[in-house]
Structures are given as C-alpha cells and as structure tokens.
Design a protein around this ligand. Structure first.
Ligand code: COA
Length: 161
C-alpha cells in the first residue's frame, strides 16, 4: 500500500499519463465519498479544486499491486489546519491505512507552520474518534446539534503540532 498526493507527479513525457491517472483517482475518491457521506458529499469538483489549491493536501491510499484506491484524506492548512475528510473503504479498514494518512497530514501541517489541526466528528463515530485519539488528538468541546441527517452533536478535537 502506498500513500500519495494525486496531481503531484512528474512533468514532461509522463505528464499526460499522470494527468489521466489523476482524473481516474479523483473519480474514485469522489465515488467513495458519495458512498460514505451520502448526506453531504464533498463533490468531484471540490476534490479537483483541492489538487490545485496550495493550502490543501489531498492524499490517496493505493493498493500497489492492483492500483485500487482504498482511501483518501483531505487537509486544509492555514494558521490552524482543518482535517476535512479521512475515509477508507469498508473492506480495507483496520489495516492502519487511515493512521498512515493521518501521520502524513500531521507531519505536513507541522512543516507548513500550522500550530495544530482541528476537526469536527459526529459524537457517535467511534472508529473515527478512536483513530484521532490514537494519533494524539484531544477533545476540546462539543457543538450541540451541529450535524443533520441525522441530527447529532459534533465533537471538536485538536492536535497540537
Ligand atoms: C475512521 C476510519 C477512517 C478509520 O480507518 P482505518 O484505516 O480502519 O483506521 P486504522 O486501521 O488506521 O486504525 C487506526 C486506529 O484507529 C482506531 N480505530 C480504527 N477503527 C476503529 C474502530 N472501528 N473502533 C475503535 N477504534 C478504531 C484504533 O485505535 C486503530 O488502531 P488499532 O487498529 O491498532 O487498534 C474508517 O473507519 C472510515 O473510513 N470510516 C468512515 C468514514 C469516516 O467516518 N471518516 C471520519 C470522518 S471524516
């Protein structure tokens, strides 16, 4: 399994091939996102914009033997970075894939000079909360009734760089 940033490949002779692969990876990421976040998908265009946006780090996790995309993550870095998405397809969970992507993101945020990374997560999302805790995120507060479909509180968590 390898983790890479789509769209950050080489230029020149490989350029067209890389561009085609980036488009295919974006299709797959948007497809997984729609499947997992039915009520508020990020959208294919927003993922494509992230590739061009200097403040965003879009990551993909790929099964090297097959080229299959197993997961993705999106970090937006300003003074404090925000973890916008992290997800892994159901059949590839508990293999450490999200943990590896999160580790790339925390390194990246530190190198970009962010003081930390914050995120919001549904209070019932035990796997994600477990993931964030295991990566060193701490709970900082609750936003009551923040989510809809279904209505639920958001837990605010933060990682200090
Ligand atoms: C949350 C999610 C990204 C975790 O992905 P993953 O690749 O399975 O996570 P990892 O294998 O890297 O797990 C790392 C650690 O997180 C914690 N964790 C992961 N899944 C867990 C679960 N189901 N229950 C409790 N803790 C869990 C554990 O501490 C785990 O370490 P361990 O396996 O050594 O015990 C995945 O479950 C997912 O895609 N969920 C749906 C999308 C989502 O809710 N994303 C977060 C909001 S954007």
């Amino acid at each position: 399994m390898r983790i890479f940033a789509p769209g950050c490949g080489s230029r020149g002779a490989q350029g067209d091939q890389d561009a085609a692969r980036t488009e295919a990876v974006l299709d797959r990421i948007a497809g997984i996102d729609e499947m997992l976040f039915k009520s508020n998908p990020w959208g294919r265009k927003s993922f494509a914009d992230s590739v061009q946006n200097e403040f965003d780090l879009l990551l993909a996790a790929e099964e090297e033997e097959t080229g299959e995309i197993l997961g993705y993550g999106l970090l937006r870095s300003f003074d404090d970075a925000e973890l916008i998405r992290i997800a892994v397809v159901p059949e590839a969970r508990r293999r450490g894939i999200a943990g590896r992507m999160l580790s790339v993101m925390t390194d990246h945020a530190g190198k970009c000079g962010a003081s930390g990374i914050f995120l919001e997560v549904r209070s019932s999302n035990t796997p994600a909360i477990g993931l964030y805790r295991s990566a060193g995120f701490k709970e900082e507060g609750v936003r009551k009734g923040y989510y809809h479909d279904p209505k639920e509180d958001a837990l605010i968590m933060r990682y200090s760089c």
